[in-house]
Design a protein around this ligand. Structure first.
Ligand SMILES: [Cu+2]
Length: 177
């Protein structure tokens, strides 16, 4: 189960597949929608695999369905982070970048990535609709970071999430709050 819902495209249809597999109405009630698995962690290789989708579920300024910091990723300090990033919007470019939390949102200028490689290709311009990319970096410093969409004005419109690099976490999580 876990392996098949980690694929973003399958993730979208997973709830339908679950419903189809359920024979009795009582069971259907019991198995109400299950949150997608947005993060997995391999403690042996210290690799965090994250899925990040812009405009997930509805075509708005969201990451994995969360706007304005309602989605939170946490990874253990020192993780090798591998992000599968997709822009699901049918209307516009979006991108992703991890930046330091300075106490306020980067509304006017877009900072450089907090870690080398922690941004989608050509991040200020954005990723075209329907394209999936891989982003790799090492979460080498503990602290509070933002996952932002660096496309012009998108942070202002709510296109940002939290990204926490934790000294105490033993696994990676991605939660919509
Ligand atoms: Cu955006």
């Amino acid at each position: 189960m876990a392996s098949f819902i980690t694929h973003p495209r399958l993730r979208l249809i997973a709830p339908l597949a679950l419903c189809a597999a359920i024979l009795s109405p009582a069971a259907a009630l019991a198995a109400s929608p299950r949150a997608p698995v947005w993060a997995t962690y391999n403690p042996t290789t210290r690799t965090a695999h994250l899925t990040v989708i812009s405009a997930y579920g509805q075509d708005t300024y969201n990451f994995n369905g969360g706007t304005n910091g309602h989605f939170v990723f946490t990874v253990p300090l020192g993780s090798k982070v591998m992000i599968t990033y997709s822009n699901a919007s049918t209307m516009m470019l979006h991108g992703m970048e991890i930046v330091k939390w300075t106490g306020k949102l980067p509304l006017a200028t877009i900072p450089r990535p907090a870690f080398p490689g922690a941004a989608s290709p050509n991040y200020r311009h954005g990723t075209p609709s329907g394209v999936t990319q891989t982003v790799r970096f090492t979460a080498s410093k503990a602290g509070r970071y933002l996952l932002i969409c660096p496309v012009r004005n998108h942070v202002k419109f709510g296109h940002w999430a939290w990204f926490i690099v934790s000294r105490t976490a033993t696994t990676a999580t991605g939660v919509l709050k």
